[in-house]
Design a protein around this ligand. Structure first.
Ligand SMILES: Cc1cc2nc3c(=O)[nH]c(=O)nc-3n(C[C@H](O)[C@H](O)[C@H](O)COP(=O)(O)O)c2cc1C
Length: 220
């Protein structure tokens, strides 16, 4: 004990309140889904805005931040929203395997999600996601030109009349044809929990035959 550097003195594995759950794979699985669920409704949660990774046509990785919009633990599904004209939609069509990366600095918890994505434009789920999207959120989808199109200068892409205000409900409906949901069926959850007393890394893999999560520890 006397040899410990001062910064370590007095720290216990539970100091951030979640280390205990990351000493047990079953508890970790429950904690991960609970955190994902909270991240949908808590806009201040660092897990509210994960990074989505796709693969481009030439095999290069493409990453961007998205808002986590829905979590269904029983279906192992995460829902995100996007513009159907955006590059990621074509990338997912060509290669549906995607990654999602979450990091919560306060909880010292990284989560790497692997899954299979599909984009839905029509249908009940996309309709209800659109219905639940606020007018201000709908405004992004009213841009007449596709996201990622080269621009002559620093432009918002929005219709000029909407640049400084929220659209009316009727105006917002011009965005509906551009709105799509991305549903990610999760097949792998890998966590890394940081602790001064030693990090913990584990992986939970979905077993389609046993219909359950198989957990394994990894050396951090
Ligand atoms: C905080 C934050 C939240 C974002 N949320 C979304 C989102 O929910 N959906 C989305 O398509 N893009 C979102 N974006 C923009 C994307 O990061 C990205 O720039 C855009 O989707 C174009 O990506 P793509 O050309 O690779 O398809 C967000 C960006 C930031 C910084």
């Amino acid at each position: 004990m006397g040899d410990e550097p001062p910064a370590v003195r007095g720290l216990t594995p539970d100091m951030d309140g979640c280390a205990g759950r990351y000493g047990d794979l079953k508890a970790a699985e429950g904690d991960i889904w609970a955190r994902l669920g909270r991240a949908v409704v808590d806009r201040r949660s660092p897990w509210h805005t994960p990074v989505l990774a796709t693969v481009t046509a030439d095999g290069a990785p493409a990453l961007r931040v998205l808002v986590l919009r829905g979590v269904a633990r029983a279906e192992r599904r995460l829902r995100l929203h996007t513009d159907i004209r955006s590059a990621k939609v074509g990338e997912i069509a060509a290669e549906p395997r995607v990654g999602l990366l979450f990091y919560d600095k306060a909880a010292k918890l990284q989560l790497r999600v692997s899954g299979t994505a599909q984009v839905a434009h029509d249908g009940a789920e996309a309709d209800s996601a659109w219905a639940a999207t606020r007018l201000f959120g709908r405004r992004c989808y009213t841009a007449p030109v596709a996201p990622g199109t080269p621009a002559p200068g620093p432009v918002s892409g929005l219709p000029a009349e909407l640049e400084h205000r929220e659209p009316t409900r009727e105006e917002s409906e011009t965005g509906r044809p551009n709105f799509a949901i991305v549903l990610v069926e999760v097949v792998r959850l890998e966590f890394l929990h940081l602790a001064v007393t030693g990090h913990r890394r584990g992986v939970l893999t979905w077993d389609p035959h046993g219909r359950g999560w198989e957990g394994r520890w990894l050396v951090p």
